[in-house]
Each structure stands twice: as structure tokens, then as C-alpha cells.
Design a protein around this ligand. Structure first.
Ligand SMILES: [Zn+2]
Length: 700
């Protein structure tokens, strides 16, 4: 490649990469895959390496540049970066507005002008930043600092892909404005010097990802996305900043480009290639301001970043300037915030939850408390070091917040409220699931039994499966999420979850928390055979569970609660169990031992406490017309599930078997039957299709 060709190619690549970056990070449109974009970047990087004379600081390969700093330089802001006063209620807002009108000595309304009276914005929980562009190129980025003097964090802000390293060319900016229905001729779109302000922030997903990594490394858990955003931007090594995928909106223009209203600043910023928030809007009355705030208080969970309220600004810049500053905040703007997302509650217990990989996580059980509109009762404490760092003890009063809008976190302990009876947490030396030895792996505590996590997970899947508690919508994927979030330590915990605990699911496109809670509550009532099967006792399949159910009912035990089951089986000796027909010595021993294990007894007590009820077996069920007949099902039925068919057959006295033998009475064959059908044919067993089955059991 000649020098001229290289130069040409480099220019083209820079433009192309920048186009895709802009689409993806500013407009939220993925025009090509991230992999394809990376390979373009790689080509550019290689060319620039070969022809260093064409390397410029605004190249997309130069976002992460420079060596770690010893300290940050100080930057004086051209105009102080001031923060706004807060309002929490409509009364606060009304009195702010009447104070403003009194001060100005006139009504504030823009009727008849192109722009509305108020400009309402989402208040993002991030870090305020200022960007300076010279001749269209980003030359400086700084933090707010004390408002007058901030820190030069240019290196770090350059790593944020939503921040342009160059402004869009004036022709393109003009075209953008036209597309927004705005006449571009009014504005200077080629400023020599440009100062803009905005917010750098972290998305909720990125917040969780980083906290999980921190927990794994035994490092500090951040209380909210703002803490990480601030911590990331104030990193002396830009590589660390780049590893945390920060995002950024710009919301103010401090250079006069011809704007008269605040809203125009947003339009110009957008036209020049900055990312602006599409949800912001102008409104003409306080009533509409309230509606905007209330709407976002309800819908904040649906956007990928954390907001803690709205910002309301007098749209007319001249009026805004004239109103001036009172104390430290401008009179012409106010932060109208949501109700606080923190509350205090008490720690009832700190339990250890065993995760999918056998990692033991301490989880706080709290007195249920409403935070940000939903009830929560659990909060993960991540690891033993985090418990020590917080010094949280059972009985403590704590401050709990819903960081990232979803995951409840204990942010501090109110130690002055201690009575002396609080109990410190100690990581057990034996695994609560299988008694395996607990070993430390860095900050993590792990069960030494390699299969522990997987087995534990399987037992939870089993508990909620179709033939057991049959909790629809609580499949393996969600159980995994619950385990990852430390929300459940055993199956009984499922019944103790609160809606706010599981809101985390909503962001993963799962069944709504509300629907799932409804389903869980409905399934608290269960038949005895299903209940016994759900316990996951070794060798107890669906059929054996039915045999055992009839047996303990025959023993004249009144069974309506998990504790009754425990009492029934603890009264039966090994001999009693072995004497039951169809129960062999191995099964008898398994059942006998299960009901005598301390851990299982506690589990049954916990199930009873959480409100699980067992339906009475109807005596008539034992004398149905198919008593003694054995059915085998194969293939798919169209009008009912296989579990449903089994339930119906059992209700009329039939027994279900999984394999065909000479003892089989009927084989029910649906669509795509397996080898069972062939075997039945060979053995000459009566075969029923779905229609014949329905006829047989008296169904239409
Ligand atoms: Zn274990």
C-alpha cells in the first residue's frame, strides 16, 4: 500500500467506525455487529501502526490512550457548575414556582412562543461532567469538583463511546436539525470553542456485572451506580475506566450558538452528535410537570439506567438568567425527586445460600419493608468479607436501599441502636446442603464437594417441576437467577419471597413478578403424593409417592400440613415401611432415614411455617373402576399434557408405569410414540389412542 492509499484508507475507516459508533452508542442502533466493528478497528490500528504519521488523537483507536497518571490536574470551570435545589412534593414545587414568579415580578409562561414554559428532564444518577471542544475536537473533560475547580479526567472520558471525540460536520448538523423540524440557519454549528455539560453514568446491567466481579474478588461492593461511575472516572489508569462500560448524556450548552431556550440546547447538542435523552420534554403547566414526574416514578424500572427524579428548568434562557442564583442553586431550575429509595429495617437472620457452583453466599433475611414502592425481605451480603466490612449482625437495624433500582442492598448498620444481643455471623464450616467441608477460594467460601451446587440446583428444579409443586413460570432459568441473586437457600424459601425481591426478573423479560407471586401462592396447596414426590427422597418416584400416600392415609393419620407428614412417617418403623406392598427394603430404608434427618425435619417445619397445605385424599379415589390396571403413556397428547393424563388415570384408580411389561394393562399412544409402542405391540398389549383413552375415562 502506498502512503497516499494508506492515508485515504485510514480516513475512510475513521469515518466508517465513527458512523457505527454514533449509531450504536448515541442512537442505540446496531448497524453492524460489535465483532465486525472490532475488526474494522483492528485494521485501522494496524494501518496507523505502519504509518504513524497519519495517527491523530481523534482516531477511534485512541480512546484508551496514555499512561496511568500520578494525580489529576485541576481545571477551572469557565462558569461554576452548580447543583439544583430538591423538591419532593407538589407543594414543594408550587412554592418554588410562586417564589420564582414573586422574584421576577411577573408571570412565567411561554404561551405564544415556539417552546414550552418548562423543560422536564430525567435526573440521572451519575456524575456531572464538562466537555470542551476546540475547532470541533474534544480537548478537555472534567469533573464538577467543588463547582469552581474540578479535575481533568479527559483521558478517562475519552473512553466513553457515547462521547464524541469530534463534532459532526456543520452540514450534517444542519441536516439533523432539519430532520427534527428546526430551521438550522439560526445557529452557529461550527463553533471554534464549545463547552457542554452532561452526566456520565453506568447502566443497571453494568452495575450488577461490576458488583458481581467485585464480590468474586472480595473487593468493595458499591452501593449504587453513581458510586461506580464516580470511582471509574476518577481512576488514574484509563484502562480501568475503559473496562467499565460507562455511558453519557449531555444536557447543557454553555457556549452561545444562537439558542434562546434550554430546549434548543438539547436540539443543537443532538444535531452536533451528542447523546441526549429522548424522554425529556417541554410542558406548559405545573400540572404537566407533576404528570411527567409521576409517570417516570412508575416507569423508571423500564429504562436501563438509574434515575432518582426529574429536573425542571425554566425553558426561556433569558428568564432563567434573570432569576439568578439563590444561595448555591439557580432559582430557575429545581430537581423534583422521587420518594426516597432507602428505608430502615431489622435483620431477622443471616442465612447461607448455596449457589449453582457450590459457592456459599450469606443472605440477610429482613423484616419486610417497602422501599421505592415494593416490599423486600432479602438482601444478599455477597461474601464473608462484606459481612465483616459492614459488621452486620442478626438483630441489627440497617439501612436498606434498592440500588440499581432493583437489587436490595444493605448500605449501612445503625450501630448506636444495638442492645448487645445482636449475633455476629459466622460462615459455617460445613455446607448446609450436603455437609461437605467449606473451603475458602479467595473471598469466596465453597463447598468442597464438587457436585454440591449442581445437585442442590437440581433438587430445586425438581421441587417446582410439573409432577411436584408444578409452579408454572418458575423454570430452571429463573431458579438459576434466584440462586445467583442469593434469594433462595432452599425450596421453602420460594414461598417466602416478596414481590420486590424478585423484581430483578422483569429486566430479563421473564414472567412479571406479580404473576409469579400469584402462581406461587396458589400452589401452596398440594396433594399428598405430589408433596412426597417433591421432597426428592432417594428412590421415591411418582408411583411410590402414591403408594406411600395411600399407606399413611390408611394408617388413619390426619394429613393436612407438612408437619403431619413428618409425624406419620416418624411413627412408622422400618418394618412398617417394608411391609407395604410394592415397597422394597431399599426404598423403605431411604424413606425411614429421610424423615429422621435433622436437616429434613427443619425443612418440613419451614414448609409448614411458610403456609404449605396438603389436600386430603378422598377415600373414594381408592375404589375406582381402573383399580389395579397399569397404564404406560408414550408420545404427545393434543388435548392434555401427559401429567394431566396421569392425574386423571390415577383419579380413576389406575396406576402409571414408565416401562412396558407383560403386567401393563394399556399403552396410551399419542403423536410420535417411542419404542414403548413397538414393545406393546410385540407383547400384544391393548393400545389406546387419545380418542379411545378419553372415551375410556368418560371424557369428551
Ligand atoms: Zn455442599
Amino acid at each position: 500500500m502506498t502512503k497516499a492509499e494508506a492515508k485515504n484508507r485510514i480516513e475512510k475507516l475513521k469515518k466508517e467506525i465513527n458512523k457505527y459508533r454514533y449509531a450504536y452508542h448515541v442512537l442505540d442502533k446496531e448497524l453492524i455487529s460489535p465483532e465486525a466493528l472490532d475488526s474494522l478497528k483492528k485494521e485501522l490500528f494496524n494501518l496507523e501502526y505502519e504509518f504513524p504519521e497519519f495517527l491523530t488523537p481523534d482516531s477511534p483507536t485512541q480512546r484508551v490512550e496514555g499512561k496511568p497518571l500520578k494525580s489529576f490536574k485541576k481545571v477551572s470551570h469557565e462558569r461554576p457548575m452548580i447543583s439544583f435545589d430538591d423538591a419532593f412534593s407538589e407543594e414543594d414545587m408550587s412554592s418554588w414556582f410562586s417564589r420564582l414568579e414573586n422574584f421576577l415580578g411577573r408571570k412565567v409562561e411561554n404561551s405564544g412562543k415556539n417552546f414550552a414554559t418548562f423543560y422536564c428532564e430525567l435526573k440521572i444518577d451519575g456524575l456531572a461532567i464538562e466537555l470542551v471542544y476546540e475547532k470541533g475536537v474534544l480537548v478537555q473533560g472534567s469533573t464538577r469538583g467543588n463547582g469552581t475547580v474540578g479535575e481533568d479526567v479527559t483521558q478517562n472520558l475519552r473512553t466513553i463511546e457515547a462521547i464524541p471525540l469530534n463534532l459532526l460536520p456543520p452540514e450534517e448538523a444542519a441536516l439533523n436539525l432539519k430532520k427534527m423540524g428546526v430551521d438550522p440557519r439560526k445557529y452557529n454549528l461550527k463553533p471554534d470553542h464549545l463547552v457542554v455539560r452532561g452526566e456520565a453514568f453506568l447502566t443497571k446491567n453494568e452495575f450488577e456485572r461490576i458488583n458481581k466481579e467485585q464480590a468474586k474478588k472480595g473487593e468493595k461492593i458499591y452501593a449504587n451506580p453513581r458510586n461506580i461511575a464516580a470511582g471509574s472516572i476518577r481512576q488514574l489508569d484509563p484502562k480501568i475506566t475503559a473496562s467499565r462500560k460507562l455511558d453519557s448524556f449531555q444536557y447543557a450548552l454553555f457556549t452561545d450558538l444562537g439558542q434562546e431556550f434550554h430546549e434548543e440546547e438539547h436540539l443543537i447538542l443532538k444535531a452536533l452528535g451528542f447523546k441526549t435523552n429522548p424522554h425529556n420534554k417541554g410542558v406548559n403547566s405545573l400540572k404537566k410537570v407533576f404528570e411527567f414526574r409521576d409517570y417516570w416514578a412508575d416507569h423508571r424500572g423500564e429504562i436501563p439506567y438509574e434515575i432518582d427524579g426529574t429536573v425542571v428548568i425554566i425553558n426561556d434562557n433569558e428568564l432563567f438568567e434573570r432569576a439568578g442564583v439563590a444561595g448555591k442553586a439557580p432559582r430557575g431550575a429545581i430537581a423534583y425527586k422521587f420518594s426516597p429509595k432507602e428505608a430502615t429495617t431489622r435483620i431477622l437472620d443471616i442465612k447461607v445460600q448455596v449457589g449453582r457452583t457450590g459457592v456459599l453466599t450469606p443472605v440477610a433475611e429482613m423484616e419486610p419493608v417497602v422501599v421505592g414502592g415494593v416490599t423486600i425481605s432479602h438482601a444478599t451480603l455477597h461474601n464473608e468479607d462484606e459481612v465483616k466490612r459492614l459488621d452486620v449482625r442478626v438483630g441489627d437495624t440497617v439501612i436498606v436501599s434498592r440500588a440499581g433500582d432493583v437489587i436490595p442492598q444493605i448500605t449501612s448498620v445503625l450501630k448506636d441502636l444495638r442492645t448487645g444481643n445482636e449475633r455476629p455471623f459466622r460462615m459455617p464450616s460445613l455446607c448446609p446442603v450436603d455437609g461437605g467441608r467449606v473451603v475458602k477460594e479467595g473471598a469466596l467460601s465453597k463447598c468442597s464437594n464438587a457436585n454440591c451446587g449442581a445437585k442442590h440446583k437440581e433438587s430445586l428444579y425438581h421441587f417446582v417441576s410439573r409432577a411436584a409443586f408444578d409452579i408454572r413460570g418458575l423454570g430452571p432459568k429463573i431458579i438459576d437467577r434466584f440462586l445467583d441473586e442469593g434469594l433462595i437457600s432452599d425450596a421453602a424459601d420460594i414461598f417466602e419471597l416478596k414481590e420486590g425481591d424478585i423484581e430483578v426478573l422483569q429486566r430479563f423479560g421473564e414472567k412479571s413478578a406479580e404473576n409469579l407471586m400469584k402462581e406461587v401462592n396458589e400452589k401452596k396447596k398440594i396433594s399428598l403424593p405430589r408433596f412426597l414426590y417433591a421432597l426428592g427422597i432417594l428412590h421415591i418416584g411418582e408411583e411410590t409417592a402414591i403408594v406411600l400416600s395411600h399407606e399413611i392415609s390408611n394408617f388413619k393419620f390426619q394429613i393436612s400440613k407438612p408437619g403431619d407428614v413428618l409425624r406419620a412417617f416418624s411413627k412408622m418403623s422400618l418394618d412398617d415401611l417394608q411391609n407395604i406392598s410394592d415397597i422394597g427394603p431399599i426404598v423403605a430404608k431411604s424413606v425411614h432415614d429421610w424423615f429422621r434427618s435433622e436437616k429434613n425435619i427443619k425443612f418440613l417445619e419451614k414448609l409448614e411455617k411458610s403456609g404449605v397445605e396438603i389436600e386430603k385424599i378422598k377415600p373414594s379415589e381408592k375404589n375406582k373402576k381402573f383399580r389395579g390396571q397399569t397404564f404406560v403413556l408414550t408420545g404427545t397428547l393434543s388435548s392434555m399434557s401427559r401429567e394431566e393424563a396421569k392425574d386423571i388415570l390415577r383419579a380413576v384408580g389406575g396406576e402409571i408405569s414408565e416401562s412396558v411389561s407383560s403386567k401393563t394393562s394399556y399403552v396410551v399412544a399419542g403423536d410420535n410414540p417411542g419404542s414403548k409402542l413397538d414393545k406393546a405391540k410385540k407383547l400384544g398389549i391393548k393400545i389406546l389412542n387419545e380418542g379411545e383413552l378419553k372415551k375410556l375415562i368418560g371424557r369428551k
